[in-house]
Ligand binder design. Structure first.
Ligand code: ATP
Ligand code: MN
Length: 468
């Protein structure tokens, strides 16, 4: 077989070099045709679109073509021609084909189209080869890139916070422990407590639930930073919006207050959605037509509107009135309650019909580090609530006053023995600052229109599931 440089299908489909000899490589999606001519739909992952290979059966041999079935991998050399068929610009008239690997039709599970998403989760090692997951994972890449670009262009620094942490002040109870101790032979002291002295780190260690605390150290030095890394929560919540391992983006900015924080969150999330519309339209269109006919409209809609900014107390009044007017919720609504997704979505989808930033939550339901308001009851928290999702971002202005922070830590009985380094940000050169966390997969749920968070991450980790 002659050697010529491979062209990716994404590039080929834009080419007008009719008559030139080209080489494409990929996986067969389908092959159909007659005794005379065979049509191969070939995909190489570079785009949702296939390129059509037209094969003169007599020329290459019927026997030779037999193993060229769905899932087989091939290299094709042929002539690029303008396509006669509708829905495609070019096709390739094959002069030679090399078969890299076959895919036995009796064994390869991705034969017919229209497998359920549930079934595809069971074959997550192969699902990237479907149109749907090809689209989702291309969008996922583009969103990650957009996030770095947004912050880089604004002069933020990408700061790497640790994945293994010894501070359990935030997520106690929902952290995965990291240990090299022999679990079959755990040494306990006379009180029945585990002695971590002999463990790898000499103390109890876990996987991080958030990079924020270390992010604050960086923000109070470099000015404006963001983290973007894996995050782990052992919460046993089997919902379409929770993973045990997910990715989080956490900007943290010195000298920002809660208003600056809201502006940044709104600009950031709109930038990401605009980027998706500008760079992933082929994939979004496919998902729109396959799964969610209102996807494109919803994405464009969010860009047009200013997000509503509303204190929690006002939000509760709206929800209480809705209940009086006959709206039924699974969970009760009253001042002080941590809102459930159904409440958040009612505000966004039914009441305001656009995204809502809810602020000034009761201090009891929020973290110790949030700046306390003068009323003594609420803190300067902000959650961004989105249609179909509920909470997509959680953030706050931080308490920068050392004494107030310490009092709150004591009130909430937070184990701070390993946290002296965090308090040092308030002891030395403390500044007002604010930040938030965006769940990467929640953003992807919104942008792709997928309904289950398990379908926007390649290998989901959820309770009782860590396959692949
Ligand atoms: P929720 O109330 O939805 O469980 P949270 O309030 O516990 O979320 P935060 O601690 O505020 O979440 O985390 C910041 C962001 O991280 C959330 O707004 C959400 O987008 C995302 N997030 C939180 N927990 C998960 C999870 N288990 N899986 C995926 N994303 C998550
Ligand atoms: Mn939150």
């Amino acid at each position: 077989m002659e050697t010529i440089k491979r062209t990716k299908i994404a590039d080929l489909l834009k080419s007008t070099a009719y008559g030139s000899t080209v080489n494409v490589k990929g996986w067969v999606r389908t092959r159909r045709g007659s005794k005379q001519v065979s049509f191969i739909a070939l995909n190489d992952g570079s785009t949702i679109h296939n390129v059509q290979i037209v094969v003169d059966v007599e020329k290459l041999g019927e026997e030779f073509l037999k193993p060229v079935t769905t899932g087989a991998s091939i290299s094709v050399i042929g002539t690029l021609v303008q396509s006669q068929g509708k829905g495609q610009s070019v096709e390739i008239q094959a002069t030679s084909i090399e078969i890299y690997g076959t895919a036995d039709p009796n064994l390869y599970p991705l034969q017919k189209k229209g497998h359920s998403l549930e079934f595809l989760r069971e074959i997550a090692h192969l699902r990237p080869r479907t149109n749907t997951f090809g689209a989702v994972f291309r969008i996922r890449h583009n969103m990650a890139f957009a996030i770095h670009k947004f912050f880089h262009d604004k002069g933020f620094f990408y700061f790497h916070t640790p994945i293994i942490t010894a501070s359990d002040c935030e997520g106690a109870g929902q952290m995965f422990q990291v240990t090299t101790m022999n679990l079959y032979d755990l040494k306990k002291d006379e009180n029945g407590s585990i002695n971590y002295d002999t463990d790898f780190f000499g103390k109890q260690a876990s996987l991080t639930v958030s990079g924020q605390l270390e992010g604050e150290l960086a923000a109070t030095a470099l000015g404006q930073i963001y983290t973007f890394g894996p995050t782990f929560r052992a919460e046993n919540s089997n919902t379409p919006r929770h993973l045990a391992e997910f990715w989080m983006i956490e900007p943290e900015v010195a000298f920002n207050d809660i208003l600056d924080n809201m502006d940044l969150a709104e600009e950031f999330i709109k930038y990401c959605i605009q980027w998706a519309l500008d760079h992933c339209m082929d994939d979004i269109k496919f998902l729109n037509d396959m799964f969610d006919k209102e996807l494109i409209e919803r994405l464009q809609g969010v860009l047009k509107e200013d997000f509503v900014r509303l204190p929690y107390t006002e939000g509760i009044k709206i929800l209480e009135k809705a209940v009086l007017d006959g709206q039924s919720f699974e969970f009760p609504v009253f001042w002080g309650v941590d809102l459930a997704s159904e409440h958040e979505r009612y505000l966004v989808e039914n009441h305001f019909k656009r995204p809502v930033i809810l602020t000034d939550y009761p201090k009891e339901i929020k973290a110790f580090y949030m700046k306390q308001n003068e009323d003594g009851k609420t803190v300067r928290a902000m959650d961004v609530l989105f249609p179909k999702i509920g909470e997509i971002i959680g953030g706050s202005e931080r308490e920068s006053d050392y004494d107030k922070l310490l009092t709150r830590i004591e009130e909430m009985d937070i184990p701070m023995k390993d946290m002296w380094w965090y308090l040092d940000t308030r002891r030395f050169g403390t500044v007002p600052h604010a930040g938030f966390g965006l769940g990467f997969e929640r953003l992807l749920l919104f942008v792709t229109g997928m309904a289950n968070i398990r379908d926007v991450i390649p290998f989901p980790r959820t309770p009782k599931n860590a396959e692949f």
